[in-house]
Design a protein around this ligand. Structure first.
Ligand SMILES: Nc1nc2c(ncn2[C@@H]2O[C@H](COP(=O)(O)OP(=O)(O)O)[C@@H](O)[C@H]2O)c(=O)[nH]1
Ligand SMILES: [Mg+2]
Length: 379
């Protein structure tokens, strides 16, 4: 099903490809998911091979062929050599190495975008696989730059991959949802919660908690540790109860699908959700982007005007205080004085030929010509 009511350019140019950014905790199954949607698209009739970007410099083995692979640009192994004796995933050092690699790659991202733009006529989907550790992409400047760059060029959706079997405990579920929530409000992009690994654990419990926060609060309350020794709800429990109300609002803004990247279950539904998110992108993200751009231009303009106003004010105060200097404060030739007080419409004139006229002093030349200046010293 390809409802494309939104795009009606001349029939020749096809609609823009859709970018899918996969984000999720390490081990949630991002790369396996990318492989699965890749093979799903290949198996369509006609096949719709996507354009895939691997942004994980540290991945040893990828289950798919990436069109652009950060590992081709940045040799993370070289960085790793010095740190290789320890567990890669849980040390600060290697994480710093991954971030450095991503930063280096990001400095070349305009080239990446060029390459992607060139393929835009022939592909329907552009897929980004991100580094295993979620925070490297979601809370780094590089991640933000990459996300903004693709999202301002193409319709974009975030696929937040969740390890369903590992998120059945109410507290874990909640922290995972809060993480998703913070990413959604940061990127402001259409968002799909992808409950992965449904072959190992169906995701209906999650859907129930999302639709009915009282059911979730009940689950929280029945969990051990939710009451203290006097039978009162613990601080953590009441905090989570309040937060579940926040999440209730968050859930209204997103879609949730259950998939198995292992079996391929639910992938069709995932693409239906992607299709629907295109509308959200056009109706919500794009206007926001336009507003942000306009606001940025406006605030630059405002800042300029503000500085100019302050400058003129300072100038006026200065002249009032020092009428003598104001007299000497002449820009144009001293003969005709009409504009002396409204020095506003001064044209910039290159006075480098005439030293006296503009009171232009070349400090470097002064220094060269006279090396034994007796600079006044503080008394
Ligand atoms: N049972 C099951 N395991 C999965 C599924 N998707 C991924 N996995 C496993 O989860 C582990 C982590 O997957 P990976 O794609 O490397 O996670 P990433 O760090 O998010 O990229 C691997 O052992 C995968 O085989 C799934 O749908 N079902
Ligand atoms: Mg991965």
């Amino acid at each position: 099903m390809s409802a494309s009511s939104s795009s009606q350019p001349d029939t020749k140019s096809k609609r823009k490809p859709h970018v899918i950014i996969t984000i999720g905790m390490a081990g949630a199954g991002k790369s396996t998911f990318v492989q699965r949607i890749n093979s799903y698209l290949h198996s369509q009739n006609p096949p719709q091979p996507p354009y895939i970007l691997n942004l994980d410099p540290a991945v040893a083995h990828l289950p798919f062929e990436a069109n652009i692979d950060i590992r081709d640009t940045v040799n993370y192994k070289e960085v790793m050599k010095q740190m290789d004796h320890s567990d890669k995933r849980y040390n600060l050092g290697p994480n710093g190495g991954i971030l450095t690699a991503l930063n280096l790659f990001t400095t070349k991202f305009d080239q990446v975008l060029d390459l992607v733009e060139k393929r835009a006529e022939t592909v329907d989907y552009i897929i980004l696989d991100t580094p295993g550790q979620i925070e490297i992409f979601t809370w780094s400047a590089s991640g933000a730059i990459i996300t903004d760059a693709v999202a301002s060029s193409f319709p974009t959706v975030v696929a937040y991959i969740i390890d369903t079997p590992r998120t059945t405990a109410p507290a874990t579920f909640m922290s995972n949802m809060l993480y998703a929530c913070s990413i959604m409000y940061k990127t402001k992009l259409p968002f799909i919660l992808v409950f992965n690994k449904t072959d190992a654990q169906p995701h209906n419990f999650a859907l129930e908690w999302m639709q009915d926060f009282e059911a979730f609060q009940l689950a929280l309350a029945s969990h051990s540790g939710s009451r203290d020794s006097e039978g009162e709800p613990t601080y953590m429990n009441s905090l989570m109860n309040s937060m579940s109300l926040v999440l209730d609002e968050f859930y209204k803004h997103l879609k949730a699908v259950g998939v198995s990247s292992m079996t391929g279950n639910g992938i069709k539904e995932f693409f239906e959700a992607v299709e629907e998110s295109r509308e959200t992108y056009i109706s919500e993200y794009l206007p926001e982007l336009e507003r942000a751009r306009a606001a940025r231009d406006q605030s630059l303009q405002d800042a300029k005007e503000d500085s100019m106003n302050r400058l003129m004010k300072d100038l006026a105060v200065d002249r009032a205080r020092n009428p003598d200097t104001a007299k000497e404060d002449r820009w144009a030739s001293d003969e005709e004085d009409e504009d002396a007080d409204e020095g506003l419409d001064i044209d910039i004139i290159d006075r480098s030929e005439d030293l006296r006229a503009g009171q232009y002093i070349d400090v470097t030349r002064m220094r060269r010509d006279n090396d034994n200046i007796n600079w006044p010293r503080p008394g």
